[in-house]
Design a protein around this ligand. Structure first.
Ligand code: FSX
Ligand code: SF4
Length: 300
């Protein structure tokens, strides 16, 4: 096993190691996007806010790989990523074509799939003089992918872009393609969850999933199961530190995620730790009916 691969596996152990991305790292990303020895990963973005990609790149580490660039360049052969790759226009599409023809690849999809209007509310690139919709790209690339990872709640089940009236009829990738996907839920997902899933697939390990396609190794327990505020006095309003937020609408009891144990932003905090409620972003029903989405409640 080469050193790079060993480094990557060490990183992937859901450890406290962290990643970051500097301007220099981005330049390196522009220079090197193909490691011929590495497994190929193709990453496409549809109806989303790009927060899943930002989450992946928001990783800071004192151990090798020290940066997201290390991770992406030296370990994952990320042959296509619309917002990270240096190539643009035809050369970017050529890179995608080259990477998807012949050899097997892991397809990582971020964002929901708009299906109304022939998918024409979300174009991802042009090919042969034709604009290609996200829906078309997903169908084509999913057909040849060795595995498909839905990164984020949008790609998994529709998420925020599919909320409310959903006039573009956004679907999750599995519902749209009819194919099995590994659903790395979260809006956004923790970077370790994303990397963990890709690593498991590169290592050809079996990933056990729940009824919603989420890996049980990550999403096997509820936030409430491991919340440090269990059995504490109920808060009657926000800002009462150290009190359980259930009466205020905390969704922790019904949300499968390890946030209390893992922490976010390089291990700094998590939603409840920062005084907010759990909003249930790893659930298939997210965002669900909240005051934000009830007609009239926010009208003047
Ligand atoms: Fe969705 Fe990703 Fe939420 Fe955003 O792009 S899971 S809207 S944080 O980031 O797809
Ligand atoms: Fe459960 Fe939320 Fe209370 Fe934590 S704050 S114990 S997750 S209800």
């Amino acid at each position: 096993m080469d050193t790079t691969r060993r480094d990557f596996i060490r990183y992937c152990g859901m450890s406290a190691a962290a990643l970051g991305l500097s301007a220099t790292d981005l330049l390196r990303l522009e220079e090197v996007l193909a490691n011929p020895k590495g497994p190929t990963v193709l990453w496409l973005q549809g109806a989303s806010c790009s927060g899943c990609s930002v989450s992946l790149l928001n990783r800071i580490s004192s151990q090798k790989p020290t940066t997201a660039a290390d991770l992406l360049i030296n370990s994952i052969n990320l042959a296509y990523h619309p917002t990270l790759m240096a190539a643009a226009d035809d050369s970017a599409v050529s890179a995608l074509d080259r990477a998807s023809e012949g050899r097997s690849y892991i397809l990582v999809l971020e964002g929901g799939v708009p299906t109304a209007f022939g998918g024409a509310t979300c174009f991802v690139y042009g090919a042969g003089g034709q604009d290609v919709t996200f829906a078309q790209a997903v169908q084509t690339l999913a057909a040849r992918a060795s595995r498909i990872v839905s990164v984020g709640t949008c790609a998994s089940w529709g998420g925020i872009p599919a909320a409310g009236p959903n006039v573009t009829t956004i679907q999750g990738v599995a519902a749209y393609t009819g194919k099995r996907t590994i659903n790395i839920a979260g809006c956004p997902p923790h970077p370790d969850w994303i990397v963990w899933a890709i690593a498991q697939l590169m290592l050809k390990k079996r990933i056990g999933v729940d009824a919603y396609g989420r890996p049980t190794a990550i999403f096997g327990r509820t936030v409430h199961d491991v919340c440090p505020l269990r059995e504490t006095e109920e808060a009657s309003s926000l800002g009462q530190a150290g009190r359980c937020l259930e009466e205020l609408g905390c969704r922790g009891p019904h949300t499968q995620a390890p946030c209390p144990n893992q922490l976010w932003n390089g291990g700094v905090s998590w939603c409840i730790g920062a005084g907010a409620l759990c909003i249930g972003c790893t659930q298939s029903t997210f965002p669900g009916a909240t005051a934000f989405y009830r007609a009239g409640e926010h009208d003047d």
